[in-house]
Design a binder for this molecule. Structure first.
Ligand SMILES: O=C(O)C1=C[C@@H](OP(=O)(O)O)[C@@H](O)[C@H](O)C1
Ligand SMILES: C=C(OP(=O)(O)O)C(=O)O
Length: 426
């Protein structure tokens, strides 16, 4: 992808549907009785991987224009797949499916691309094994491919060492097949879309601070879902608007669930001109229009409990921080090292090539005001969030930025380049 510096951004747009909610709508739709119609489903590669895994397990899923229809078969309706389930690049698909497959009456193998095969799976193998699951890493390295042999599971109380919605959701899905209450305690509350959607489908989940209690129910029932715009995708446009002069942008119908809105809170604390309009609740999720204007940003400290609420946005926050007066310190974010790439190393290496003043730390980054970025050739590490963050940096850099291996953007935001073109002179 080639990005030239732009004059400004002006527009009134929508971003594609939320990735986390799109995955869960397919999964819970499949496990429910009856039909689930999904509007605004994200047609990104990760969510399409989830669809193909469920089709492989006998679930009919129709895609008709912008409507996805899942013909649910109930909690006990999945069939043994004829081949390995391939999750592509999607950690969410792999970890949530593991929880769901552990209590089935069949065995199967879960695998994916090279990036997925390098990500840590001990975090799900351990709690599932405690529940009585038979789940093994085929390479004996705590990584995928995973072989799961269906077993009877029992409830547990699990104190997780990481704040991870994928770990929490994996355990919640497994707990649907146990007899009693399962309790999960997180160090800080991670995104709660599984909990909200399960309750919307007739499940029984309660949340007290960062403790989640899942009580099994006899059946879930299919419902219509409207997927809000993905705040993680909106983040790229928000930062692009903030760091280019004379820009103004309205992004409509974006999910602003309080477990996902850390980017808004942090940018506001950096003096960003952002307002939320038309707040409403749609199928349990808080949604709003986000209005953004160019701003003179200032540095901040980002750490502790806010980290899980903006974990995927840190690469683009690092770009915003280059344009913020003073220093921005990001701490407590070691999870960035085990995403699609090591996102600390990737952002520090590539933004440095563009002349940013940025340092890696053990669990984050320190970024100093460096508004004179220069375009050059940069690496995406095949990581969609890295690719799009570098593209945003390129919009405000002098000259031309070339992003290598940018097709990974299709994982979560296939219309990224076209949308940017629509709202700028790119
Ligand atoms: O549950 C989810 O949908 C996700 C949870 C997060 O991962 P972790 O649970 O590993 O933090 C996030 O980074 C990922 O993009 C999506
Ligand atoms: C980490 C991400 O996704 P996943 O874990 O589902 O691969 C992401 O989308 O930034």
């Amino acid at each position: 992808m080639i990005i030239n510096s732009i004059k400004n951004i002006k527009g009134n747009v929508c971003v594609p549907g939320d990735k986390s909610i799109s995955h869960r709508a397919i999964m819970l739709g499949a496990l429910s009785k009856g039909i689930t119609n999904i509007k605004g489903f994200l047609m990104g590669e990760d969510c399409l991987s989830t669809i193909s895994c469920f089709r492989e397990m006998g679930i009919t899923i129709d895609i008709d224009d912008s409507l996805v229809t899942v013909h649910g078969k109930g909690l006990h309706g999945l069939k043994k797949p004829n081949k390995e389930l391939y999750v592509g690049n999607s950690g969410t698909t792999l970890r949530l499916l593991s929880g769901l497959l552990a209590p089935q009456e069949f065995d199967c193998i879960l695998t994916g691309d090279d990036s997925i095969k390098s990500r840590p799976m001990r975090r799900i193998i351990e709690p599932l094994t405690k529940m009585g699951a038979n789940i093994v890493s085929i390479g004996n390295n705590d990584k995928a491919p995973l072989k799961i042999t269906g077993s009877n599971l029992h409830n547990i109380t699990y104190e997780s060492l990481v704040s991870s919605a994928q770990v929490k959701s994996c355990i919640i899905l497994a707990s649907l097949y146990t007899e009693n209450e399962t309790k999960i305690i997180e160090p800080a509350l991670s995104r709660n879309h599984t909990e909200l959607m399960l309750n919307y489908f007739g499940g029984n989940i309660t949340i007290h601070d960062s403790t989640i209690i899942s009580t099994p129910v006899a059946e879930l029932y299919g419902k219509d879902i409207i997927v809000p715009g993905d705040i993680s995708s909106a983040a790229f446009l928000i930062v692009a608007c903030l760091i280019t002069k004379n820009s103004e942008l309205l992004i409509r119908d974006v999910g602003i669930n309080p477990t996902r809105d850390g980017i808004i809170r942090v940018l506001k604390s950096m003096n960003a001109n952002i307002s939320l309009l038309n707040e409403k609740v749609i199928n349990g999720e808080l949604v709003a229009d986000i209005k953004v204007k160019s701003s003179n940003l200032k540095g901040t400290i980002i750490d502790k409990d806010i980290i899980p609420t903006l974990i995927d946005e840190i690469p683009v926050i690092a770009v915003a921080a280059c344009f913020a007066e003073g220093k921005t310190i990001i701490k407590d974010a070691a999870e960035l090292k085990v995403k699609e790439s090591n996102r600390i190393e990737a952002m520090v290496t590539e933004l440095s090539k563009m002349n940013a003043d940025i340092l890696a730390t053990e669990d984050g980054m320190i970024i100093s005001h460096s508004p004179q970025l220069t375009g050059t050739t940069v690496n995406s590490y095949n990581d969609h969030r890295v690719a799009m963050s570098l593209a945003v940096a390129g919009l405000a850099a002098q000259g031309t930025t070339e992003i290598l291996d940018s097709s990974c953007i299709d994982i979560s935001f296939p219309s990224f380049y076209d949308l940017l073109k629509n709202i700028s002179n790119l």
